[in-house]
Write a protein that binds this ligand. Sequence first.
Ligand SMILES: [Zn+2]
Length: 298
Amino acid sequence: MKIVPMKLLCASAVAVGISAGLVSCSDSDAASVPQVVAAAYPFAFVADQVGGDAIEVHNLTSPGVEPHDVELPPQQLADLSDADLIIVEGGFQPAVDDGLEQIAPTGEVIDVARVVTLQDAPAEATLDPHIWLDPQRMVALTNAVAGRVASLTPDRASEVRDNARRLIDALHELDAAYRSGLADCTRRTFVTSHAAFGYLAARYDLEMVSVVGLDPTVEPSPAEQAAIADTVTREGVTTIFTETLVSSAVAETIADETGARVRTLDPIEGLTEETSDETYLTLMRANLVALRQANGCS
Ligand SMILES: [Zn+2]
């Protein structure tokens, strides 16, 4: 995958005359392919799969950074204003929302929150941003991105449409695997670290209990922690899921108290050093295996 960190947005850096001391761009880097900026990994994944080498995709969230908390230095804001296409989700990353308000982007903006229907966040008076954990919503996003990318690359539009069709086929296969893989399970409750899996739970008729809410950095009170431990015991939950970009201390405490084991369920908000060879599709498959095992699915 050739998603590159934001600081290497070469074509736009050259366009605004930034010296090579700040941004090192070779001649080939600065080739005039459309520059697409995605605010987080799942959106960058879609753009990269759809655009292939007809575009250059930049992820605003560096690998290993939790995207809810991403911060944008002034240089990244300048780069953002020159992108040909920006893919963001309003309400997901406050720093990105603020940044877009400060600048006047010259390129088109896809707001994911306007492409798919959002649902309420579990137990919070806000909308849930984690739409990528529903393969069917990812199909809608793929169609929207393909339309814009095809219009940015008119001589390669049919190739872009073919790429989009391949990704949509893979997303439909993923959806079917989840549907059949989670149809017949001993338990339907699963316990996660932050409340990222609301769309997945709704799509496949599971019940998510999260240790923290939508914001991964807010820890539960002792009373909330005790209530989760009670649910784990009452429902016979075997596994407390933790994730790659967030501390697992509280989840491990609850697991210790209840005798449950700790496993990883990746909210796929970003790749880490350990998952750098994975993709959205392979991580979703690994999540399905983990959910089936935890919930005793046949
Ligand atoms: Zn999240």
